[in-house]
Design a protein around this ligand. Structure first.
Ligand SMILES: Nc1ncnc2c1ncn2[C@@H]1O[C@H](COP(=O)(O)OP(=O)(O)OP(=O)(O)O)[C@@H](O)[C@H]1O
Ligand SMILES: [Mg+2]
Length: 379
């Protein structure tokens, strides 16, 4: 009788507790340790301290040696909290429980940035930047309508705002030039190529320019632009490299132009980073055919918007996950680190309002072209 009473009162206590005093976040974490057996027998992680700021609560635990499966723990905690959770497993286990999800949209704002940094996006831990002087080339992957062109435009805006007199752009806009045509009159935008022939001509000129720069570097015993006082940089934007793969539907002439483009893009990533050229290679379809080994191996920064399959994600960023990104502009950015970000969005109108002051009249551009200053070497 007494025993029965005890069981009932125990159950009533548990029921009362689950109904009226929900578990604290710390208790939830510890229950997850038990449930997924994150530890060894009776050796579970031991709480040592908790730290809180505006955005996140960080729970730190001492761990028994030998624990490894942080990703399973992260996955389980994310489900339990229904909010972002990050697990860092080093000598101490840190569990970061964020107070809010990443924003679904994040508006571009002008920022004064050091070196050749551009904003990549807002992560749970703050803004992430990419320095093109540290990593010259980048791959931008993403299925149609998930944010590649908007990302190119945001980078173009930020680079012009920060380096109006030192940056040059060569844009291959193979969807007929529709996305970048409007910016072709900016003084920093030297070429907007909108078909195979124009793309091949632009890339051939860049190739020549690279050779000339190389000679100058040799003559002056420069190994890398970072060792010189040369301040300008040349960005080659390829918005949809998939269009540059020769295929049966193309005319013979276009096939030839596309093959030329592929050869030169591969050459650019191999030799030109140290000379001050930066190639950003965008594609909807990350396949070995479109992104050859040289491009993959020499682009140590990769960003992917949503892709169709985990296999594509592995080709683009060396890990699955891009196939699950939920919103346009949400991306995984990988260098040696990995960040989930919401890239800053800039509308065409806002972009034009910021950049229109750099517009050059047709006659000034013509004069510049005639003097052959479009593609001269640095200096
Ligand atoms: N950073 C962002 N934040 C919020 N919305 C975005 C962002 N980037 C893009 N979008 C939305 O997604 C739409 C498609 O973006 P975008 O044109 O850049 O796609 P895309 O990847 O270039 O597509 P495609 O491969 O077909 O050219 C935009 O018109 C905009 O509405
Ligand atoms: Mg696009």
């Amino acid at each position: 009788m007494l025993l029965e009473l005890g069981i009932w009162s125990g159950a009533a206590y548990l029921l009362h507790r689950s109904l009226f005093s929900p578990l604290t976040d710390k208790q939830k974490i510890e229950q997850v340790f038990e449930n997924i057996k994150f530890g060894f027998k009776d050796k579970l992680p031991k709480h040592c301290f908790t730290h809180e700021n505006n955005d996140v609560v960080i729970y730190s635990y001492h761990i028994p040696p030998g624990l490894t499966n942080a990703s399973t723990l992260e996955e389980a905690l994310t489900i339990v909290f229904d909010r972002p959770v990050k697990v860092e497993l080093r000598s101490v286990l840190k569990i970061k429980v964020y107070k809010e999800n990443l924003k679904e949209k994040y508006k571009y704002e002008s920022q004064k940035l050091e070196s050749w940094n551009v904003p990549i996006g807002l992560s749970l831990d703050g803004m992430i930047y990419h320095d093109f002087d540290k990593i010259p080339h980048m791959i931008v992957a993403g299925a149609t309508r998930w944010g590649k062109t908007a990302f190119f435009k945001m980078m173009l805006t930020s680079l012009i705002e920060n380096h109006p007199n030192d940056v040059e752009f060569y844009v291959l806009d193979l969807k007929g030039g529709l996305a970048f045509h409007r910016y072709s009159t900016l003084k920093q935008v030297k070429v907007v190529a909108s078909n195979y022939k124009e793309s091949a001509v632009a890339l051939k000129q860049i190739e020549k320019d690279i050779q000339k720069t190389m000679k100058e570097f040799k003559r002056n015993f420069h190994e890398n632009i970072l060792d010189t006082n040369i301040t300008n940089r040349k960005f080659i934007f390829i918005d949809e490299a998939g269009e540059l793969v020769p295929d049966k539907s193309m005319s013979d002439a276009d096939k030839k132009h596309a093959a030329t483009c592929q050869r030169i893009m591969s050459h650019i990533v191999r030799v030109s980073g140290g000379l001050g050229y930066r190639m950003i290679f965008g594609t909807q379809y990350p396949t070995a055919k479109i992104m050859d080994n040289q491009i993959k191996a020499n682009s140590s920064a990769k960003i992917s918007f949503r892709l169709e399959t985990s296999i594509q994600s592995k080709v683009a960023i060396d890990e699955p996950g891009a196939e699950k990104l939920p919103y346009p502009g949400r991306a995984i950015y990988r260098t040696t680190d990995r960040h989930l970000v919401q890239t800053p969005y800039i509308s065409n109108k806002d972009m034009w309002n910021r950049l229109r002051r750099y517009e050059e009249s047709a006659s000034t551009r013509k004069e510049t072209d005639e003097r052959g200053e479009n593609l001269v070497t640095f200096g």
